[in-house]
Design a protein. Structure first.
Length: 184
């Protein structure tokens, strides 16, 4: 198996990916970021997320995905999404989940939430951190374990990643995406 791991998240100025109810509010949704995200996922061989995350895009049903859950013993086909595999990482290795899903190579897009991002922190080749500096979500859900005590930048740096040049996704709202990569 040969995989390239990439992470994707958009965060508020305070590092949150969702509000206090664990829902991504409309205030954190921007057309430029949505286009960037959708194009990236269309290129991915596999999407990985927790049960509270989902991209909700027109192509979503056709994408192969692993949904992390403790509601199955190890691995199971998702009865609600034909291209989804339910994966309990406590009882099945990632490689076994990929084999069950029928994916042996390509880009794996990790799209959250915080526990899922953390599981792959040492595997990312690139983590695409989109930031919406005009949005604040007090009491929200941090994008990584350890946010808000530490910023997303501090956490990525602590895992050996360095920021590249940011790209503007929405100039009117100062929304950017920065590729964080491992040196070498």
């Amino acid at each position: 198996m040969s995989f390239r791991f990439e992470g994707y998240v958009i965060v508020s100025a305070d590092g949150m990916l969702a509000d206090a109810t664990r829902v991504m509010p409309d205030s954190l949704k921007f057309e430029g970021d949505k286009r960037f995200f959708e194009q990236a996922l269309d290129r991915a061989a596999l999407i990985v997320h927790g049960r509270h995350s989902h991209e909700g895009q027109p192509n979503s049903p056709s994408r192969k995905r692993l949904v992390l859950t403790h509601k199955v013993k190890a691995l199971a086909a998702d009865p609600e999404m034909p291209n989804a595999t339910l994966w309990n990482p406590d009882h099945a290795r990632f490689e076994d989940a990929c084999a069950f899903a029928g994916v042996a190579s390509g880009t794996v897009a990790i799209i959250g939430g915080p526990v899922v991002f953390d599981m792959f922190m040492e595997r990312y080749e690139t983590f695409w951190l989109s930031e919406a500096p005009q949005v604040r979500l007090p009491g929200g859900e941090g994008c990584f374990l350890g946010v808000p005590e530490r910023s997303p930048h501090e956490i990525l740096t602590a895992h050996g990643m360095k920021p590249g040049a940011p790209y503007v996704l929405d100039a009117a709202h100062d929304v950017t995406v920065t590729p964080w990569r491992r040196p070498g």
